[in-house]
Design a protein around this ligand. Structure first.
Ligand code: HEC
Ligand code: HEC
Ligand code: HEC
Ligand code: HEC
Ligand code: HEC
Length: 463
C-alpha cells in the first residue's frame, strides 16, 4: 500500500474514533451500536413518505401520535416511571413497557430507555428548529403502523403487535383496493379497518392486573361495532383529495390527525339539560332541580384513554346578566356511597404523583370545590390516590357510558340577597387533559379548559 493510503486510513480511523468518543459522552452505548441502528432502520423515517403522501404527513405531524415520545407530559411522566423502575422491583418493567406504545421502533430496536436527545447528528429525522431528532423521537409513525401484520393472542392490548419490518423496503399494509406504488409494495390488510388494530395500544393492563386503559373494550361493549363504525370512522374521517400524489383519485382518503381530547372532538360530546319546574321563586325558598347529562358522540366512555388524568366536571351556579357568579350550587354529598369523595372536586392535598410511599401528596383537582367530577381515580396498594398508572392497584370510576343519561340531583336555597333580581341558573360541563396541580408538579404548562356543553334557565326572584 502507498504511504498516502496509510495516511488516509489513519485519518479515517482517528476521525471515526473521535466521533464515537464524542457520541459516547452524549448517548448511551445502545444508540451507537450497529445492531440497534439497523433495527431502527427497519422502519423508514416519516419524511420518506412525505413526498408522495403529503397530506398524511401534514396531519400526522400535528397529531399526538407524532409527539407520543417527545410530548412534554409523556417525557415528564416517563422520567418519574424510570425513577420507580430503578428502586422498585415490582415495576421495573415500565422502562420498556411505556416505550412499547410511545416509541415502538425504539422498543423493537431494544434502545431502552431510548438514548437521550442531544443536538448531535445521529439521525436526521425531521431537520427542525431545535436540532436534529433521534430515532426514538418518531413516536408512533407511518412506517411503524403500516408494517403491523397482526397482534398476538386473542385480545389486542399492551403493544402485542406483530411487526413485519425487516431490512429493505417492506410492503405497506392498508385498506386500499388495488394500490400501486413506485416506492413500495402493498399488502391489503383487513385489520386496518378494524377497531382491534387500535386496541393494540389503546388497551393496557398494568403489573397489578388493572386495565388502566380500555378504550377498545369500552367500544366493543357499545352500539358502534354492530353499526359497522370502527374507531377509524370517527378518528380518521374521510378527507378530500387523493391518498397518494401519484395514485388515482379515490372516493375516500383518511385523515391522519387522530383528534381526540381536543376542542373539535370534545365540544358537544355530551349534552346538559336542566330540569326545573319553576321560573319564579321567593327569597329563602328551597328548590330541587335535576341536571341530565347525556353522553352523545364518543364511541367509548367519556372520558376515556388516560382516564386518571382527564377530568370532566359539572359546574352549577347562579349568575347575573354580566356573567358574575352570585352563588355556586354544590352537588349534595351522598352519605350512602363510600366512593362519593372521588367524584366531588376537592383541593385537599391527597393526590400522589407516584406511589404514596415515595413522597408528598399534591392538590387533587385545583378546581372550585363541590362540583360533580366524572373520571377514574387510581388507588395504589396503600389505598391512596395516585396519578401513576403503573401503581394503580384499583380503579374507582364514574365515567359516562355510551349514550348514557345520567341524572344529578341538586337543591338550591335562594339567598335573601337576591330578592327582586332576575338571575340565570347555569350548568356547564368542562373537560381538561390534566389537573393544573399535576402540571405544575411536573413543570409543564397547564392544559386549557374546554367547554363541552351548557344549559341555562332564567329565574325571577320576588321581593
Ligand atoms: C396509528 C397508526 C397509523 C399511523 C401512525 C399512520 N397511519 Fe396511515 N393508516 C392507518 C390506518 C388504520 C389506515 C386505514 C384507515 C381506514 O381504512 O379507515 C391508514 C391509511 C393510510 C393510507 C391508505 C389511504 C387511506 O387514506 O386510507 C395511506 C396511504 C397511509 N395511511 C399513509 C400514512 C402515512 C404516510 C403516515 C405518516 C405520515 C401514516 N399513514 C401514519 C394507520 C396509521
Ligand atoms: C414515490 C411515492 C411514494 C412514496 C415515497 C411512498 N408511497 Fe405509499 N403509496 C404510493 C402510491 C402511488 C400508492 C397507491 C395509492 C393508490 O392506489 O391510491 C401508495 C399506497 C400506500 C398505502 C396503501 C397500501 C394499501 O394496501 O392500502 C400505504 C399504507 C402507504 N402507501 C404507506 C406509505 C408509507 C408508510 C411510506 C413511507 C415509508 C410511503 N407510503 C411512501 C406512493 C408512495
Ligand atoms: C403503536 C401504538 C398505537 C396504535 C396502533 C394506535 N395508537 Fe393511538 N395513540 C398511541 C399513543 C402512544 C398515543 C398517545 C400519544 C401521547 O399523547 O403521548 C395515542 C394517541 C391517540 C389519540 C389522541 C388522543 C388524545 O387526545 O391525545 C387518538 C384519537 C388515537 N390515538 C386514536 C387511535 C386510533 C383510532 C387508532 C387505530 C386506527 C390508534 N390510535 C392506534 C398509540 C397507538
Ligand atoms: C362514534 C365516534 C367514535 C368512535 C367510534 C370512537 N371514538 Fe374515540 N372519541 C370520540 C369523541 C367524540 C371523543 C372526544 C370525547 C372523549 O374524550 O371521549 C373521543 C376521544 C378519544 C380519545 C381521547 C380521550 C382523552 O380524553 O384523552 C381517544 C384516545 C380515543 N377517542 C380513541 C378511540 C379508539 C381507540 C376507538 C376505537 C376503539 C374510538 N376512539 C372510537 C368519538 C369516537
Ligand atoms: C399499551 C400502550 C401504552 C403503554 C404501555 C403506555 N401508554 Fe401512555 N398512552 C397510551 C395511549 C394510547 C395514550 C393516549 C390516551 C389518551 O389520549 O387518552 C397514552 C397517553 C399517555 C399520556 C398522556 C399524554 C398527553 O399529552 O396527554 C402520558 C403522560 C402517558 N401516556 C405516559 C405513559 C407512561 C409514563 C407509561 C409507562 C408507565 C405509559 N404511558 C405506558 C398508550 C400506552
Amino acid at each position: 500500500m502507498k504511504k498516502s493510503n496509510y495516511a488516509i486510513i489513519t485519518i479515517i480511523v482517528l476521525f471515526a474514533s473521535f466521533i464515537i468518543a464524542e457520541n459516547n459522552q452524549k448517548f448511551s452505548r445502545k444508540i451507537i451500536e450497529a445492531e440497534t441502528q439497523n433495527k431502527y432502520n427497519y422502519y423508514d423515517n416519516p419524511q420518506v413518505c412525505l413526498g408522495c403522501h403529503f397530506e398524511k404527513f401534514d396531519t400526522w405531524k400535528r397529531s399526538q401520535m407524532s409527539r407520543a415520545y417527545t410530548g412534554d407530559f409523556f417525557q415528564a411522566q416517563y422520567q418519574q416511571a424510570l425513577v420507580d423502575a430503578r428502586r422498585d422491583e415490582k415495576v421495573k418493567g415500565v422502562k420498556a413497557d411505556c416505550i412499547g406504545c410511545h416509541s415502538p421502533s425504539a422498543f423493537k430496536a431494544g434502545d431502552l430507555p431510548p438514548s437521550s436527545t442531544g443536538t448531535d447528528k445521529i439521525d436526521s429525522f425531521m431537520q427542525q428548529k431545535g436540532g436534529n431528532k433521534l430515532f426514538a423521537d418518531r413516536g408512533v409513525f407511518c412506517d411503524f403502523c403500516h408494517t403491523i401484520e397482526d397482534f398476538s393472542g386473542k385480545t389486542p392490548f399492551n403493544h402485542n403487535y406483530i411487526s413485519n419490518a425487516g431490512p429493505g423496503i417492506d410492503p405497506k399494509r392498508g385498506d386500499l383496493e388495488f394500490p400501486w406504488s413506485p416506492y413500495h409494495k402493498n399488502a391489503r390488510a383487513e385489520l386496518f379497518e378494524d377497531a382491534r388494530f387500535c386496541g393494540i395500544c389503546h388497551n393496557e393492563r398494568n403489573d397489578f392486573g388493572v386495565w388502566v386503559k380500555a378504550t377498545e373494550t369500552e367500544y366493543q361493549e357499545g352500539p358502534y361495532p354492530a353499526k359497522g363504525i370502527a374507531c377509524q370512522g370517527c378518528h380518521m374521517p374521510p378527507l378530500a383529495g387523493k391518498p397518494a400524489k401519484m395514485g388515482p383519485p379515490r372516493a375516500e382518503h383518511k385523515d391522519h390527525w387522530f383528534g381526540g381530547g381536543f376542542e373539535t372532538f370534545v365540544r358537544g360530546a355530551a349534552k346538559l339539560t336542566i330540569g326545573i319546574n319553576k321560573a319564579a321563586l321567593n327569597p329563602q325558598e328551597k328548590i330541587d332541580f335535576i341536571i341530565k347529562v347525556t353522553q352523545l358522540s364518543p364511541g367509548h366512555k367519556f372520558p376515556t384513554g388516560s382516564t386518571e388524568e382527564r377530568d370532566l366536571w359539572l359546574h352549577v351556579g347562579v349568575y347575573d346578566k354580566e356573567g358574575n357568579e352570585l352563588d355556586h350550587i354544590k352537588i349534595p354529598k351522598n352519605p350512602n356511597d363510600p366512593n362519593d369523595k372521588y367524584f366531588i372536586t376537592t383541593n385537599e392535598k391527597v393526590a400522589y404523583p407516584t406511589h404514596s410511599k415515595y413522597g408528598n401528596p399534591i392538590e387533587r383537582d385545583s378546581l372550585p370545590e363541590g362540583d360533580r367530577l366524572y373520571h377514574s381515580s387510581f388507588i395504589d396498594s396503600d389505598g391512596n390516590f395516585t396519578y401513576a398508572q403503573w401503581y394503580c392497584a384499583k380503579e374507582i370510576e364514574n365515567r359516562l357510558k355510551l349514550l348514557e343519561e345520567r341524572i344529578e340531583q341538586y337543591t338550591w336555597n335562594c339567598p335573601e340577597k337576591l330578592s327582586g333580581q332576575t338571575v340565570i341558573l347555569r350548568a356547564v360541563l368542562n373537560y381538561r387533559r390534566m389537573p393544573d396541580s399535576y402540571a405544575k408538579f411536573l413543570g409543564i404548562p397547564a392544559r386549557p379548559t374546554i367547554e363541552v356543553s351548557r344549559d341555562e334557565r332564567i329565574l325571577k326572584i320576588s321581593r
